[in-house]
Ligand binder design. Structure first.
Ligand code: FES
Ligand code: FES
Length: 157
């Protein structure tokens, strides 16, 4: 149990490293990751949970970091796109042209990486359903679908 004052220093596990963070109880995880830790791969889009651009992994599950308080990340493993480091889905996005402007890309990478980890052999309907959590305004959906299917099939590893 933590008792937070107006400003407290806490430790968070970010991309496998313990990082000190100064926070107020109302701080949002997306802002802490970007503003204090310089992890600008976490993109601010809608900032209300609709677009998925800010998606990070929390203990391996995709979470929209604009909807999570920083204090809720205490004791959790947080992974941002900077922590992926040569995951197959990154190679697949390049080879299958899974992005155009790229603003949504890190969020999609996190969601797809989590899908491949949590559901290594998902039915097609689950892939489509899973990808609905993120929006690509350039409509790269077909290419993104091809990228995740290439990873799931083992074509790209
Ligand atoms: S910025 Fe978080 S869901 Fe859009
Ligand atoms: S590649 Fe442009 S919004 Fe997704």
């Amino acid at each position: 149990m933590y008792s937070l004052k107006e400003k407290s220093v806490i430790q968070l596990n970010i991309n496998g490293e313990i990082r000190d963070v100064v926070l107020s109880p109302s701080d949002i995880l997306m802002e802490t990751l970007r503003g204090q830790l310089g992890l600008t791969g976490v993109k601010p889009g809608c900032e209300n949970g609709d677009c998925g651009a800010c998606t990070v992994l929390v203990d391996g599950w995709p979470v929209k970091s604009c909807l999570m308080l920083t204090v809720e990340a205490i004791g959790k493993q947080i992974t941002t796109v900077e922590g992926l480091k040569n995951a197959p889905i990154q190679k697949a996005f390049i080879e299958k042209f899974g992005f155009q402007c790229g603003y949504c890309t890190s969020g999609f990478l996190m969601a797809c990486h989590a899908l491949a980890t949590i559901h290594p052999d998902p039915p097609d309907i689950l892939i489509d359903d899973w990808l609905q959590s993120n929006i690509c305004r350039c409509t790269s959906y077909e290419e993104i679908g091809n990228a995740i299917r290439a990873v799931l099939s083992g074509e790209i590893s």
